[in-house]
Design a binder for this molecule. Sequence first.
Ligand code: GLV
Length: 335
Amino acid sequence: MTRPKILVTRAIFPETVERLARHFEVEFNPDDTVWAGEALARHLQGKQGALTTGTERIDAALLSACPQLKICANMAVGYNNFDVAAMAACGVVGTNTPDVLTETTADFGFALLMAAARRLTESEHFLRRGQWQKWGCQLFAGAEVHGSTLGIIGMGRIGQAIARRGARGFGMTVLYHNRSRLDAAAEAACSARYANKEELLRSADHVLLALPYSAASHHAIGAAELAQMKPTATLTNIARGGIVDDAALARALRERRIAAAALDVFEGEPAVHPDLLALSNVVLTPHIASATITTRRAMAELAADNLIAFFEQGRAITPVTAVPAPHTPNDKETS
Ligand code: GLV
């Protein structure tokens, strides 16, 4: 029987590619080039499945150029690179990698929050530039973390894991805002209280974004929202670029309308708004919140599990698109 053909779009772990090669005919990308548009369509020709990452856009144009494609298994929990409506219309399943990255991503969110509050990278750059001449009473004096108020916007798995760290580890008062309110047991488990967005922005000492990107969350934090925050507050974004209006944030940071920010994600990344690069009161990292070896391996393996389950058992494990009728194992797998 002909084995399904799949494309692994970016350089991942060789062990995962070897495992996939035991089930499928695999084309992979050892050069780690980011394929987009026609280049991606070319590599996807004749492939029934793809292990994708957030750097590949799966949209209607690509799907119409790749009619054999049945599944895209994203190695990410976020899937805003998928046009889910177009995928559903073409009967293409999309999957993501929830759970396996929750705690690791929450760790990093907390690291960024602390780095912004305690001016970690700013003070290190000062030291490395040879500017440290003497101890100073207010030298890089920042904002308190323990005992302060944490405001989390987006209270899914990662938001809740951050709430637990804040409440239990740092004695913080935790407010959250979410599309839908958690039930009482879930609120109690992370010691968090629901607040409307304005109350949260006005009261939080540290605002952290953990919501998915969509048309509805585009620029959810812009000039108006930044103006509601305390001048001593910090803003941390581990969610997606585009949720924050980066130009408005740069203005607010430059004019000290908020104290500091920490960003792992950017509008139009890997480009970073030049005004942010010029500021010292913002911590900037290159989209690495889930980047531990253990977690990235688990994400790659879950994406591979989804492909294997889909082609061999007829159903993906963690689908994010409306699931078409169960796939019959090994049907129409020839090119
Ligand atoms: C990373 O950004 C992810 O969505 O997993």
